[in-house]
Design a protein around this ligand. Structure first.
Ligand code: IPM
Ligand code: MG
Length: 356
């Protein structure tokens, strides 16, 4: 099969991890008899430097006309430390999510048996963790009206949700739960927020259409605690945009490193976007230290969910398991007795494991 893949490597460690994912995809393409056409485009700080726009029109057009989007990471410290910056790299990603209607962000959090020692949490707590997070991605406080008073002393961000926005992601979450542990945990702050009370009402109504799935509700502060106290109690976790952003970084620590977490962002139709959960990590960018596994696992999600290429996806995931079992580790995963490797060497090990 011939498939077009838009490649938005972005900033920081984005380009180096993306390069390894492309190598791995090229290897599975040969093995599975596919042809992938990679089409690079700029996004984020690099795009601002070149064009003044974090999401140039050319990039958006390419993304609208492709089979899938592979996204590295964006962000640059020069914007983080400047509250007055008018354009920011992150706006590129948010605009892309909104323009393509990528409302469902899916983040699997699995404890790797080979990495149990790397988590700051006790082995017996994280062993068996397998959470599938569904984060609403195009609504809520991220996209509500933002205001700064003329004297610069008062600011507000509005959190708005419409029931339609809640319904569509809730159905996806319940359908996913049907094929897993048959449990959905809705995380909200319904004791304080009106928008959360709407989430709760809508989700409770939809739950009646899935009688086999158990619905549990947790306030977000309690959920933050339960994720580290009892992570294996979660199956599918469903939540709004901002809570999902925060909880997914927290949950990443269960796996030992945020360098292991992939994600998929999907819309009603059109291409999905597949990106690692980690950011641009400017402190290690360009030093061949980054862990490319989250990116390779994002490429696997792209194959499975975006392109319906299950066998090729399984191959990529298997290569990650095999390389971890062989003891190769980037800095974030390093442990006694393991072999330290850089980003590129890790990519090469993955290719070897793919048998290419
Ligand atoms: C994420 C990131 C983004 C978000 C940033 C880069 C805008 O943290 O994908 O989790 O907040 O959604
Ligand atoms: Mg985040």
């Amino acid at each position: 099969m011939k498939l077009n893949i838009a490649v938005l490597a972005g900033d920081g460690i984005g380009p180096e991890v993306t390069q390894q994912a492309i190598k791995a995809l090229t290897a599975v393409a040969v093995e599975c008899n596919h042809q992938f056409y990679f089409k690079p485009a700029d996004v984020g700080a690099i795009a601002i430097d070149k064009t003044g726009d974090p999401l140039p029109n050319q990039t958006l057009e390419l993304c609208k006309n492709t089979d899938a989007i592979l996204f590295g990471s964006i962000g640059h410290p020069k914007y983080d430390n400047d509250p007055k910056a008018k354009v920011r790299p992150e706006q590129g990603l948010l605009a892309l999510r909104k323009s393509l209607g990528l409302y469902a962000n899916i983040r699997p959090v699995k404890a790797y048996e080979t990495l149990l020692d790397k988590s700051p949490l006790k082995k017996e707590i994280i062993s068996g963790t397998d959470i599938l997070m569904f984060r609403e991605l195009t609504g809520g406080i991220y996209f509500g009206q933002k205001e700064l008073s003329s004297d610069g002393n008062t600011a507000s961000d509005l959190c708005v949700y419409h029931s339609d926005e809640i319904e569509r992601i809730t159905h996806l979450a319940f359908k996913a739960a049907m094929n897993r542990g048959k449990k959905v945990t809705l995380v909200d702050k319904a004791n304080v927020l009106e928008s959360s009370r709407l989430w709760r009402r809508v989700v409770q109504e939809i739950a009646t259409e899935y009688p086999e799935v158990k619905l549990e509700v947790l306030f977000v502060d309690n959920a933050a605690m339960q994720i580290i106290l009892n992570p294996s109690d979660f199956d599918v976790l469903l939540t709004e945009n901002m809570f999902g952003d925060i909880l997914s970084d927290e949950a990443a620590m269960l796996t030992g490193s945020i360098g292991m977490l992939p994600s998929a962002s999907l819309g009603a139709d059109g291409p999905g976007l597949f990106e690692p959960v980690h950011g641009s990590a400017p402190d290690i960018a360009g030093q061949d230290k980054a862990n490319p596994m989250a990116m390779v696992l994002s490429a696997a999600m792209m194959l499975r969910i975006g392109l319906k290429e299950d066998a090729a996806a399984t191959e990529l995931e298997r290569s990650v398991d095999q390389v971890l079992a062989s003891g190769f580790r980037t800095g974030d995963l390093m442990a006694e007795g393991c072999t330290p490797v850089g980003c590129e060497a890790m990519g090469a090990e993955l290719i070897k494991a793919l048998g290419a």
